[in-house]
Design a protein around this ligand. Structure first.
Ligand code: SF4
Length: 214
């Protein structure tokens, strides 16, 4: 994507959705961290269904620890890989209590020291909970960045670093959500809906998908 197209690309996404938000439901950095940990290879809808029952009962590291592994599994067993997620979450809660006074740390290094927290999860927490201009490259962003020519790369890290360089600073805070939503609902993996895509004029992808015949 040519440099001069990047501004209009994001201005269009911003005009359609000025304050994009995560679809995960949370009311604190700790709830967000838990929800992101639970959402690996699961849908946000399935995570929200579980956490709507879990958080009213336990939404602090201390309260989750008090549930115990089995108690926690009871709340999240509708989510894929729930056993290993419960294990990671219990361990994360223990570390949060022992090393961070029960608070979610605000640096990438500290976040990545938690079990099950990789670069992507750390970026989501930094961006969504703490308002840092980070970009967590998930499967949707990876696809959109490559397909549109915005930030082509072979690995999520390569795409992330390119996005950090190419996205104008005015759009960095919300770029993560705009790109995820674009990938989830319009620029879908199997068939991008180019015929009804707002950013088509600035996207490199060719040939654009035509509207289905009626
Ligand atoms: S025009 Fe097509 S390929 Fe480009 S972002 Fe939109 S849906 Fe994706």
């Amino acid at each position: 994507m040519k440099k001069e197209n990047i501004g209009p690309f994001f201005a269009t996404l911003q005009a359609a959705n000025p304050r994009p938000e995560t679809e995960l439901e949370y009311t604190s950095p700790f709830e967000l961290l838990c929800s992101v940990l639970l959402s690996a290879q699961a849908t946000d809808v399935s995570v929200n269904q579980a956490t709507r029952r879990l958080y009213p009962v336990a939404n602090t590291p201390q309260a989750i620890l008090a549930l115990g592994q089995e108690g926690l599994e009871g709340y999240i067993k509708t989510i894929g890989l729930y056993r290993s997620k419960a294990r990671h979450l219990m361990e994360t809660c223990r570390i949060l209590v022992e090393r961070f006074g029960g608070e979610v740390p605000r640096t990438r290094e500290e976040l990545e020291s938690l079990p099950g927290v990789g670069r992507k999860t750390a970026n989501v927490v930094l961006n969504v909970a703490f308002g840092e201009p980070t970009l967590a490259v998930d499967t949707h962003i990876f696809r959109v960045a490559n397909r549109t020519g915005l930030a082509p790369g072979k690995t999520p890290l390569e795409v992330e670093l390119k996005l950090m360089k190419r996205v104008p600073s005015a759009y960095l805070l919300h770029a993560h959500h705009w790109l995820i939503l674009l990938g989830r609902y319009v620029c879908q993996a199997r068939k991008p809906q180019c015929w009804q895509c707002r950013v088509a004029p600035w996207c490199d992808y060719q040939p654009k998908t035509p509207a289905p015949a009626r």
